[in-house]
Design a protein around this ligand. Structure first.
Ligand code: NAD
Length: 433
């Protein structure tokens, strides 16, 4: 983080967003808001792991079950050395809102382990993943709490976790598989899940751009810079390129590359996997060529003169200190909490269109819910079926958010929150009545 950037508590950011949207709720709904100021349940565990050298190390893990008024808790598990309880709470809160915004019958949850997974061997990572499930098995289940991948977790980790869960619980194997989503297709996952967050982001962007009428300067494509080149960043780069956008910059935790001709996402990904990092992977057209690009820092990537900026890594990367330097006319917030509220406010005044995380990255939880449903029904949907349903659900949610924003004359985040909050608070009222 550069010197003038602040460490921001993401849970305070989340609560600021909640307070802003609350003024659009009616008195009955506002009375119920207390429900969403704190999680229903916080679980903190210590996970012992036998390391390869025979020493036992302990890792701190969290699961936050924020709210289940619309369905089982649902949310990913993050492995990162900077995971904190506040971060997991914020992520669980945003999941609660997100599921409601896109009409998924799930509540919100999130998990995390404080660990740098790059410092563990594969066997240590497997023991840690299984240990997390052993510590939390009482709190998980297909109708209770359903985790998925997030930063530094993937289909392989979900496979270890679901295997451990099935070992602990005896019973119907097929149904228990629905406890974890984001599994590989071979392990009972859904077609299309791995790419779903990126593809959903494209649909949200296209739907909003149809309304905003963002036109490229004559004779060129709309340009895009993407921060983060993991599951979300790579997939959205691939779909944007295929849809005719020019992705000119991407980055990972070690820095970025800027290729004004436009990167080739697949070649860049292959190069990153070979090198272990992005720098030097200047892949455009059908070749990788060191003459074609420049190394660029993560901070500089955000400030490039592009039409669309896509943060797809971590929280609070756009805040008061750097928002003045952002040149993009549209920000597609694929990373949860990438924009701090102070930055949001400034961007709103400047009429920069911000497509908020609770809408932009909801493709992942939509297809996770398809996976859960297929596992429960012992069904298999084709990739075309999955993608068609995802497209419909994303387009209709994005259009609904756009329309409400126009009606209330508010930014898209506030409109999305108002839609989500009303759906969460009304079932709570009905239950009492
Ligand atoms: P990932 O682990 O696959 O990739 C994360 C990427 O961010 C990597 O390229 C990493 O190098 C990069 N990164 C890490 N620290 C960075 C830094 N300081 N600066 C720049 N880049 C950095 O994770 P992911 O699944 O792609 O998740 C990315 C974001 O999208 C997170 O906010 C996550 O919560 C959100 N998200 C993911 C999904 C999903 O389905 N995977 C769904 C919804 C939201």
């Amino acid at each position: 983080m550069s010197a003038n950037m602040k460490a921001i508590n993401p849970f305070i950011s989340a609560q600021t967003q909640l307070a802003k949207a609350a003024s659009w709720l009616n008195a009955n709904e506002q009375q119920k808001l207390e429900l969403l100021k704190y999680p229903q349940r916080i679980i903190e565990v210590m996970i012992p792991v036998n390391m390869d050298d025979g020493v036992t190390k302990f890792f701190r893990g969290y699961r936050v079950q924020y709210n289940n008024s619309r369905g089982p808790y649902k949310g990913g598990i993050r492995f990162h050395e900077q995971v904190t309880l506040e971060e997991v709470q914020a992520l669980a809160f945003w999941m609660t809102i997100k599921c409601a915004v896109v009409g998924v019958p799930m509540g919100g949850g999130k998990g995390g382990i404080v660990v740098d997974p790059k410092k563990l061997s594969q066997t240590e990572l497997e023991r840690l993943s299984r240990g997390y499930v052993r510590a939390l098995s009482d709190c998980l289940g297909p109708d209770l709490d359903i985790p998925a991948p997030d930063v530094n977790t993937n289909a392989k980790i979900m496979a270890w976790m679901v295997d451990e869960f099935i070992k602990i619980r005896s019973g119907d194997r097929q149904e228990l598989r629905a406890t974890f989503t984001g599994k590989s297709v071979a392990d009972g996952g859904s077609e299309g899940r791995e790419e779903a967050t990126g593809l959903g982001g494209l649909y949200a962007l296209q739907t909003i751009l149809e309304e905003v009428k963002l036109a490229p300067k004559s004779g060129r494509k709309l340009t895009v810079a993407i921060q983060g080149f993991g599951n979300v960043g790579f997939n959205i780069a691939k779909f944007l390129t295929a849809a005719g956008y020019q992705v000119v910059a991407v980055s990972d935790s070690r820095g970025g590359i800027w290729v004004p001709d436009g990167i080739n996402p697949q070649l860049t990904q292959d190069c990153k996997q070979k090198n272990g990092y992005l720098a030097g992977c200047y892949c455009s057209g059908t070749v990788c060529d060191l003459q074609k690009g420049k190394v660029i820092s993560n901070e500089a990537l955000l400030e490039l003169p592009v039409d669309i900026l896509v943060p797809a890594a971590l929280e609070s990367v756009i805040q008061k200190a750097n928002v003045g330097k952002i040149q993009a006319r549209v920000i597609l917030e694929m990373a949860n909490g990438a924009l701090a509220p102070e930055a949001d406010q400034i961007l709103e005044k400047r009429h920069t269109v911000v497509i908020p995380d609770v809408l932009a990255n909801s493709g992942g939880v939509i297809v996770s819910t398809f996976e859960w449903e297929q596992n429960l029904k012992n069904a298999k949907w084709s990739k075309a079926q999955v993608n068609e349903r995802l497209k419909k659900q994303m387009q209709s949610a994005a259009f609904e958010v756009w329309q409400l924003a126009q009606k209330l004359k508010v930014d898209l985040r506030t409109a999305a929150f108002v839609i989500g909050l009303k759906r969460i608070l009304i079932p709570a009222q009905k239950k009492e009545g």
